[in-house]
Design a binder for this molecule. Structure first.
Ligand code: UFG
Length: 344
């Protein structure tokens, strides 16, 4: 059992991971400023697990918040943090193009401040939320970790910069244990339908958009591009069930805590690609609703196909995905139906 700090632990991936870690018997401290998440997610995580977690409300840019998180003795159980899982950050590609300095500040500077606080506290184990976005326009699929890191937007650059910062720390000889996990497309929800993804405003991403069309919140989906070199002309992605992803974090953490200090850089994906129209059809079957769509032009910056080679994660963590596109749609629909307006 370890005492774990989850930055951004109230968010989509953070809340599902918090649940998996509580169920595995770990103690969880969540640091979150709720700028893009809800305290309700944490209430429900505690309900589902039957265990309580500690909350430090605030952001990484605030020194007092970091001080409290690393055991300023202010919360009930106290004790040192053994490891950090660092989810906190901004993740909208379009917003990053309009406000690059915001991304360098929140994602890069926020991570630097966190790492300094960890170093001061003598906590040198971290799992970092990286992203397949840093491969940019991949030259081939499936993508392996040694393929070129070539981000094409400020969001991607911010993820690559934090990976670089972590790799530099691992070179200092100070016994850092680091896992940079490059997520492919995280989707779905906990099968209870109690926690799930709750984007603010109009969703940028395919899955929340499709579920909002199915539930009647939006009239139709726009399919971005029908002339891609794929089996039906629409873009292919590697969709990973958020519970598989949460279990991947647990496996990464176990590996870091068990093995000698090291830097792990791993793709977390299923290794399978599905097109936009595959997703629409699977969601229609899972929901029993129709998902009207219109084929429109390609979205700038999109790639035809992004699929992980997940074999290194299987080898190093003994982890692989076990949930299918059908599972993703069933669980995503259960969440959407029970919470048509998310946590609001
Ligand atoms: N798509 C549509 N209509 C929509 C939304 C998306 O057709 O309304 C299509 C896209 O063109 C793409 C696929 O659905 O072919 C998936 O798009 P998403 O926006 O859901 O996901 P992306 O692969 O573009 O982006 C995801 C993450 C980003 C990350 C990126 C690269 O959301 O944070 O992967 O790894 F940067």
């Amino acid at each position: 059992m370890a005492r774990l700090l989850l930055t951004g632990g109230a968010g989509f991936i953070g809340s599902h991971t918090a649940l998996v870690l509580l169920e595995a018997g770990h103690e969880v401290v969540v640091l979150d400023d709720f700028r893009n998440s809800s305290p309700k997610a944490l209430e429900r995580v505690q309900e589902l697990s039957g265990r309580s977690l500690d909350l430090v409300a605030g952001s990484l840019g605030d020194p007092a918040t970091l001080e409290r998180a690393f055991g300023g003795g202010l919360y009930s159980r106290g004790g040192a943090i053994d490891a950090v899982i660092h989810f906190a950050g901004l993740k909208a590609v379009g917003e990053s193009v309009r406000h690059p300095l915001l991304y360098w500040d929140v994602n890069v500077n926020g991570s630097r401040l966190l790492l300094e606080a960890m170093d001061r506290a003598g906590c040198r184990t971290i799992v970092f939320s990286s992203s397949a976005t840093l491969y940019g326009m991949p030259e081939r699929t499936p993508i392996v970790e040694t393929d070129a890191v070539r981000p094409i937007n400020p969001y991607g650059h911010s993820k690559a910069a934090v990976e670089r910062m972590l790799a530099d720390l691992c070179e200092t000889g100070a016994d850092w244990r680091v896992a940079s996990l490059r997520y492919f497309n995280p989707v779905g929800a906990h099968p209870s339908g109690r926690i799930g993804e709750d984007p603010e405003g109009i969703p940028n991403n395919l899955f929340p958009f499709v579920s909002q069309v199915a539930v009647g919140r939006r009239p139709e989906l726009q399919v971005f591009g029908s002339d891609w070199p794929t089996h039906d002309g629409t873009g292919m992605r590697d969709y990973i069930h958020v519970m598989d992803l949460a279990e991947g974090h647990r496996a990464a953490l176990d590996t870091l805590l068990r093995e000698p200090p090291q830097l792990l850089t791993l793709n977390l994906g299923s290794g399978r690609g599905h097109s936009v129209l595959d997703v629409v059809r699977a969601f229609e079957i899972a929901s029993g609703r129709s998902v009207p769509y219109r084929l429109v032009d390609r979205r700038p910056g999109d790639a035809a196909e992004t699929v992980a080679d997940p074999s290194l994660a299987a080898e190093r963590l003994g982890w692989r995905t076990s949930r299918s596109l059908e599972d993703i749609c069933r669980d995503g629909w259960a969440w959407q139906q029970a919470n048509p307006s998310g946590y609001r």
